[in-house]
Write a protein that binds this ligand. Structure first.
Ligand code: C2O
Ligand code: CU
Length: 458
């Protein structure tokens, strides 16, 4: 019943947008059990028109359970309710081996989709991923091999785990931010220069849900829920909605204990934000502003991502709930072990930059040992003149300061930006056994050494 209600609400939401919808399609749930979401996911080659009339060769996901489903960028949305069992039958139709990682979802190790947690899926091969949706929130999935190539080529897609909270919204939109480096022909550039390797490939075309500057229609006088993830190799998005505030209700691992308002929203590669936006009677523009992430990347000025037209009035938003996310603090004391991870870049050899953690470059690394339920404070020290977004698999963490006290709103993160020449600390409880990767989410950095492994003994 509850699920049926969700579907009704969601299809009502889709109508707001009508023909102009840029929402990815939801993967077909083939399992009649309302507590099980069972889907078929295919990675394949395809074409996609980033520039109108100029198809590019891409890699993309498609819904394997729906006959005639077209591959799309972003790939199809995986939707579940909190507590559901999720089963994904994955089929690799690419000519390369791959794996799928469920970024931010707390999965059993065998479902984590990295080359240290499973055998790679060869061309033509299959793999079944199974996990429980333990946290409500906004997540995403992508390959975890040759990420700088495969994610750039289009293999990324959003995941929504519904919390069942009634926020009186007229629409719940899943947005994926990206950029691509295109040739004049509209094809993806296959040239990787030193700057691409150093900074993470920066595209010349900026995308939201695979499109350049699309428009949507929102009903006047309503509230909408917008979810964002940055899937770009290197670009940071610094969103603004001139004349409007974002009310941030959640991020990576789910809802915050209380919302906060901000006029700009910085989203590093891999991070997610969940916000409410009040729609008035005037059109809006979503833009990204320059953010200085180091190495003198020039300021291109504001870039418009999305135009929001205002349609006829919709249902006025109701009161917001008085209680939000329940985020229990991870207890930290003076005796909680501290672990230092030092990030460095070495660009002495042209076109062969190396990025290290504690002076080791993956795969030649010493894994971090952990035992179940142990708590540590990780101090990520950035000795580079460039920001690095640090991502940990398997478990989420909470930002703390040098004394162990919480920094900013308490909330679950799995990806956190470590600004150039600064130190970021977080408290983490090792609550899942297995081999978990951690790495910079600038994909060129991860693929060139800035990656490590946490091994939690059962
Ligand atoms: Cu989004 Cu290890 O990755
Ligand atoms: Cu990095």
């Amino acid at each position: 019943m509850k699920r049926l209600l969700f579907l009704l609400i969601l299809s009502a939401c889709d109508d707001v947008d009508g023909a102009s919808s840029i929402q990815p399609e939801t993967l077909t749930d083939t399992n009649p059990d309302p507590r099980i979401v069972e889907v078929e996911l295919v990675a394949t080659t395809a074409t996609h028109e980033y520039l109108p009339g100029k198809p590019a060769d891409v890699m993309a996901f498609k819904d394997g359970a729906r006959t005639g489903a077209a591959p799309s960028i972003p790939g199809p949305l995986l939707e579940a309710n909190l507590g559901d069992t999720v089963i994904v039958h994955f089929r690799n139709e690419l000519s390369h081996a791959t794996t799928i990682h469920w970024h931010g979802i707390r999965v059993p190790n065998a479902a984590d989709g990295t080359p240290v947690s499973q055998m790679e899926v060869p061309p033509g091969g299959t793999y079944d991923y199974e996990f429980t949706a333990k946290d409500a929130g906004y997540f995403w999935y992508h390959p975890h091999m040759m990420g700088d190539v495969m994610i750039e080529a289009g293999l990324y897609a959003p995941i929504v785990v519904h919390d069942g909270l009634d926020l009186g919204v007229a629409a719940d939109r899943a947005f994926v931010l990206d950029d691509v480096k295109l040739e004049a022909s509209g094809k993806l550039s296959d040239k990787t220069d030193n700057l691409d390797l150093m900074l993470g490939r920066m595209g010349n075309v900026v995308l939201i849900n695979g499109r350049q500057r699309p428009s949507i229609t929102a009903a006047a006088g309503t509230r909408e829920r917008w979810r964002f993830v940055t899937a770009a190799n290197g670009r940071y998005f610094n969103l603004e909605l001139p004349g409007q505030m974002f009310r941030v209700i959640g991020w990576d691992g789910g809802l915050l204990p209380a919302p906060y308002e901000t006029s700009t929203l910085l989203i590093a590669p891999g991070e997610r934000y969940d916000v409410l936006v009040e729609i008035g009677d005037q059109p809006l523009e979503l833009r990204t502003l320059h953010y200085d992430r180091g190495h003198d990347i020039p300021d291109p000025g504001p870039i418009t991502l999305l135009s929001i037209d205002v349609g006829s009035p919709g249902p006025p938003p109701g009161a917001l709930p008085s209680s939000w996310g329940d985020v229990a603090p991870i207890p930290v004391s003076g005796t909680t072990p501290r672990r230092q991870l030092v990030l460095r870049e070495d660009d002495t050899v042209p076109n062969l930059p190396v990025f290290t953690i504690n002076d080791e470059a993956f795969p030649n690394i010493t894994p971090v040992p952990g035992t179940m339920n142990q708590i540590e404070v990780w101090e990520v020290v950035n000795m580079a003149e460039m920001d690095h977004p640090f991502h940990l698999h398997g478990m989420s963490f909470q930002a703390v300061d040098a004394s162990g006290a919480p920094v900013g709103p308490r909330g679950w993160k799995d990806t956190i930006n470590v600004p150039q020449l600064e130190t970021v600390r977080f408290a983490v409880r090792f609550d899942a056994p297995g081999r978990w990767m951690y790495h910079c989410h600038i994909l060129e950095h991860a693929e060139r050494g800035m990656m490590g492994e946490l091994v939690v003994a059962p």
